[in-house]
Ligand binder design. Structure first.
Ligand SMILES: [Zn+2]
Length: 437
């Protein structure tokens, strides 16, 4: 394995930042400091003007394998992830068939091992994600699965969710909920409100999400369980999580870049690229999510990267599938939301690496056999999962220049500030000068 040295960057540790170099040998960080000596033949990466931080972790990615490989597969998703600065991805289980048993989980883990990144798997809570019978979570946990979800839908039946929280507790795993009460969300295709009325589209009310957040906080209180709220999108949801946390309940939450950069008015052109569940909300909700990013209520930014084959996104708004791409522009969108040139690198890496690694249990302290450690400190001995992020680079999103198999980004043509210059995953340089190696 070639030694790599990252020269003259701003090294973003867990609590402090310092200028210097990072030397990587044999898959690990071997030295950190100013003007380091490097062995002969070391590959040098100029990181001047850049942040050197822990590799980004996306705990919510739809890799579509097995079943919908025309839209994405593990390998193509990992490519897009590397371009986005990610060194670890958590694959969601709403594949066809669902990842609800050890054979399928092992299959996706094995596919992940052939990529340059660490690919972890979230297992389904219920068999077939149908919400009727518990999936064999203990068996999947024995394979290293640490997050369970029926994402795509939430577990609708409160008694099933209660049982799942109770069952998961001794396994040391965390459940993750897609919060939408299907009875209330119904056939809605965008946020319910004056905009949906004006456009003549059926709405999905904020309350569909908030009722389930409320219910699940009470179920966590009842069971003593651990729960992660996926892609929260409303002011009240964030406030409820903050209050539950103050009470000491073990709840965590994530928000997705589209929910803090776009609002419901994006649906006015009836372009299905802007259709997503939960839907894009109001300007006030966007403001609340941004406050949550800054005040520590939000544990993680997660993309909910949801590739769809082009023919599906060409359908009418109310018939098209929900979901949009996220991996390649998440870092820049988060950087902008944190204040762009004024963004605090500690908060940036807390939201994109350290927080999600903690929720998904990918840190050194909870290491599984199959993974290297993510979201840690940048010190000698740590696994070398790192990113070099250039906070002053401007670039424009081009849908036909993305690296996954699908092009359903709502940000085509948008100019962004902040770009991933290099990604070092498992000790190897997988992205250099903003291109795959
Ligand atoms: Zn979801």
């Amino acid at each position: 394995m070639t030694a790599i040295i990252l020269r003259n960057g701003l090294v973003v540790g867990s609590h402090t930042v310092s200028s210097g170099d990072v030397l990587i040998e044999d898959g690990r960080v071997s030295a950190v400091g100013p003007a380091l000596d490097a062995p002969l033949g070391t590959h040098e990466v100029d990181a001047s003007g850049c942040w050197i931080g822990p590799g980004l972790v996306d705990l919510h990615v739809h890799l579509r394998e097995p079943g919908r490989e025309a839209a994405e597969n593990v390998e193509s998703g990992a490519r897009a992830g590397a371009m986005g600065g990610f060194t670890a991805l958590v694959a969601m289980p709403n594949t066809e068939p669902a990842l609800d048993n050890v054979a399928l989980v092992a299959y996706v883990l094995e596919r992940g091992e052939r990529t340059g990144l660490d690919v972890a798997v979230a297992g389904a809570i219920t068999q077939g994600r149908r919400g009727e019978l518990l999936a064999p979570m203990a068996e999947m946990a024995a394979l290293g699965v640490r997050l369970f979800t029926d994402d795509g839908v939430g577990v609708q039946d409160p008694s099933m969710m209660r049982r799942a929280l109770t069952y998961a507790r001794p396994l040391g795993v965390r459940l993750a909920q897609h919060c939408e009460d299907e009875a209330l969300a119904g056939a809605g295709s965008m946020n319910e409100g004056s905009t949906s009325s004006r456009l003549g589209l059926i709405g999905r009310p904020a309350l569909a999400e908030e009722l389930m957040v409320m219910r699940d906080i009470e179920l966590v209180r009842l069971t003593g369980g651990s729960l992660h709220f996926l892609h929260l999108s409303t002011r009240r949801s964030i406030a409820m999580v903050a209050a539950a946390r103050r009470e000491g309940l073990d709840v965590t939450c994530e928000v997705a870049p589209h929910h803090f950069t776009l609002d419901e008015r994006a649906c006015e052109g009836f372009d299905p690229l802007f259709k997503v569940h939960p839907p894009l909300r109001t300007r006030d909700d966007v403001a609340a999510l941004r406050e949550g990013l800054l005040d520590g209520t939000v544990d993680a930014v997660a993309t909910d990267h949801a590739p769809h084959a082009p023919e599906l996104k060409d359908l009418a708004f109310d018939e098209a599938p929900a979901g949009m791409l996220g991996l390649e522009h998440s870092a820049a969108l988060t950087f902008e939301a944190l204040g762009g040139a004024n963004a605090d690198p500690l908060v940036f890496f807390a939201l994109l690496s350290r927080g999600p690694a903690r929720v998904a249990q990918l840190r050194a302290s909870d290491l599984r056999v199959r993974h290297s450690a993510h979201g840690g400190a940048i010190v000698a001995g740590e696994d070398a999962n790192l990113v070099v992020f250039d906070p002053s680079a401007r670039w424009t999103v081009r849908r036909d220049e993305l690296h996954g198999r699908s092009t359903n980004t709502p940000y085509d043509g948008r100019e962004l500030l902040g770009r991933v210059r290099a990604t070092i995953a498992r000790g190897r340089l997988v992205v250099e000068d903003g291109a795959l190696t």
